[in-house]
Design a protein around this ligand. Sequence first.
Ligand code: SAM
Length: 343
Amino acid sequence: MAGVHEHQDLIDPFGRHIRDLRISITDRCNFRCTYCMPEDGLEWLDRSQVMSFEEMEHLARIFVERYGVRGIRLTGGEPTVRAQLPLLVSKLAKLEHSGGPIDLSMTTNGATLRKLAVRLRNAGLKRVNISLDTLDREKFHRMTRRDELDNVLDGIAAAQEAGFDPVKINAVIERGVNDDEIVDLATFGRERNVEMRFIEFMPLDADGHWVNDTVVGQDEMVEMINAVYPIEVMPSRGAAPADRFRFLDRDESEPGGRIGIIPTVTKPFCGDCDRVRLTSDGDFRTCLFATKEFDLLTALRNGESDDQIAERIEAAVATKWAGHQINQVSFTRPAKSMSQIGG
Ligand code: SAM
């Protein structure tokens, strides 16, 4: 069939098939979330170091057409600060693996979605995850260092109006900061018919204040929500990072009828991980917490063939480790923060 490609599987030493690619399309962000970036920002990459749309498309094509990667998620930094984003989306949306078009999604802070949502959807973006950690305007300002709650709420509405379905909302929960709002956020998901996803705070904050006690674990979150809205676990997530639960009084086929919890710290799901990442400067990473990167952009700019780049990808995937070590003394934080890696 025209445009559809036979692929070879990209399999790591532990037998996991790589199916999902996260591309950080910029290291820059218009927010300064306390659990991610310092107030003054970070030293931004020079524009010449950042992948062009053509370079992203070229590398993404290798993953999709050669290795059958099925999903690409755009992230950052904040992906919407990249000029001409709908153009990039339209290029990537055309990629097809052997089973059909890719599942193209994006994680965003949502602040400018009112302007962009329809254009992104028309360009071929299928799904969006929007970050929202609190419903309190002052706390929002403190946590993101931006007074943008109203714009984010409007961005969520714009995403729904544009037809993104489901719209998922990411909330990073940090003890003593927003753990008092877990139930309120669950209520928000039910009322607005969006799927809330609660994320355990990970040691990827640029200013390094993470300690284990700041993590609110999945069991604790479930207990709090279940006390108000009884929930039960849904069947296995496969390779998806979130454990899903359904509200017993709601229809689970509706986004607002379920929640997800991403228990990276207390219940790592590395055994099912099918993800790899490209940073905005074209470094390939096989784990969010990897300490080693493989520079694909320089290889591409040096004129290496797709076969040569593929060799680099395979060599890198051969180093994917069984799992991260957050809970062990041997854990070493990656030198980059979440915003630089692309969450
Ligand atoms: N700017 C976009 C956004 O706000 O969603 C995309 C990039 S952001 C790095 C991707 C996701 O990572 C967001 O949901 C964010 O809340 C999450 N994140 C950032 N730092 C984190 C941390 N230390 N622990 C857990 N999640 C984190």
